[in-house]
Design a protein around this ligand. Sequence first.
Ligand code: NAD
Length: 292
Amino acid sequence: MILLDGKKTSQELKEEIAAEVTAMRQQGQKVPHLAAVIVGNDGASLTYVSSKVRSCEQVGFESTLVRLPEDTTQEDLLKEVAALNANEAIDGYIVQLPLPAHLDEEEVLLAIDPKKDVDGFHPTNFGRMALELESFIPATPFGIMQLLERYKVDTSGKHAVVIGRSHIVGRPISILLSQKGDFANATVTVAHSRTKDLKALLNQADIIVSALGVPNFVKADMVKPGAVVIDVGITRVEDASRPKGYRIVGDVDFEQVAEKASYITPVPGGVGPMTIAMLLKNTLLARRRAQS
Ligand code: NAD
């Protein structure tokens, strides 16, 4: 079994990005600038956003954190989005989801300039990705594709079963795996909450991508010997023995499944760190595209 080490791979990616930024600085070019908008005080969202901002600093990007109060109106949030669209200093930005319940996420995402949409959630980017045109690929599926590429995992003609059909993970990764190209060309089945006999389906899979968010859902008896197992799930489970009072658990019963898999991602330290690295990659791409 080979561990698909997202911590190590994301570190390598960050070093490559940092080297490019250093060269940009030396050539007197503008360095990438990422902004992140967060509305309210949700603990997990604040943690994610601060680690995104910290990562920008690590690679030499400029970063701006826009913190808005919980009771921000839709109109005020849209004004903020319009200001970021117009601000030439900002190359890319994200609006951290989920937004408080009174706000309309779809309207906000649609208002983001696709050229600055480094999360790749705007329909223009999603459509362009599906058509294999230049776009921003959502960071989590982009990170999975990078892991497969960097570990040279053979995906061509393999049967991939993706569990989950969300717009940010399941659906885009199913499109990317089925596209023409190296480390793609897979035959993809998308499973979801209405899928019948998932166990039988998973037992036929050469590649499993699990993105449903149920701890230890994928057990060893669901996995074919030699399968490639990508665990996207991140669930906080209460654990009084940990300093934070919780631990992070994936969708896959790692101990058991690792014994059968050819490649497997751990949680934490697999897909999670890759997601942040790919957000940085998208921001660098946004700067390069603005430049040319
Ligand atoms: P979501 O909650 O939007 O969707 C879950 C999907 O799972 C749905 O499409 C649903 O149909 C499917 N599903 C639910 N029960 C099922 C069942 N019994 N059998 C088959 N399919 C079932 O999911 P999401 O936003 O894609 O997130 C999924 C998980 O990935 C969560 O744990 C989330 O925290 C995690 N996540 C991790 C990263 C990362 O960086 N590693 C990024 C995004 C999401």
